[in-house]
Design a protein around this ligand. Structure first.
Ligand code: CTP
Length: 130
């Protein structure tokens, strides 16, 4: 069985998230999603996500093309997560292009084109301005 793994915050869930998950699942037989923890987001962006990690995990788990979900506590543990879940392909949006090539001996890495014109940050900005 070909296991695919992907990572992300998936805050304020939108169609770009659906598209990457759907395409990631189509690359194999089983899709594992690492949802970044609230603390990990705070350390990266200096703000907490709008939806907390439990709610983000619940939303991602409800997708029919997602088989397994866990909370990603640290960016440095990518390889540990890949090995623990026996993933053979890591899929990310191409905003991450090249950033995870270092896991390549252990796992194939694929960067898929982002869905144009939508992001969580942009949605938050639009809502703020209304
Ligand atoms: N993604 C995508 N197309 C978009 C937005 C996100 O393919 N329009 C992908 C990202 O490349 C990543 C995954 O969805 O692989 C999770 O991205 P995340 O950072 O949670 O979403 P963004 O909308 O990019 O959030 P932000 O604006 O906070 O960076």
């Amino acid at each position: 069985m070909k296991k695919v793994i992907t990572f992300g915050t998936f805050d304020v869930f939108h169609v770009g998230h659906i598209n990457i998950l759907e395409r990631a699942r189509a690359m194999g037989d089983y899709l594992i999603v690492g949802v970044s923890s609230d603390e990990l987001n705070f350390s990266k962006k200096n703000r907490y996500p709008i939806y907390n990690e439990a709610d983000r995990v619940k939303i991602i788990s409800a997708m029919r093309f997602v088989d397994e979900v866990f909370i990603e506590e640290s960016l440095d543990l990518k390889l540990e997560y890949i090995n623990k879940h026996n993933a053979t392909i890591l899929v990310m949006g191409d905003d991450w292009k090249g950033r995870f090539d270092w896991v390549k001996p252990a796992c194939e890495v694929l960067y898929l084109p982002r869905t144009p014109s939508i992001s969580t940050t942009e949605i938050i900005e639009i809502v703020k301005s209304i």
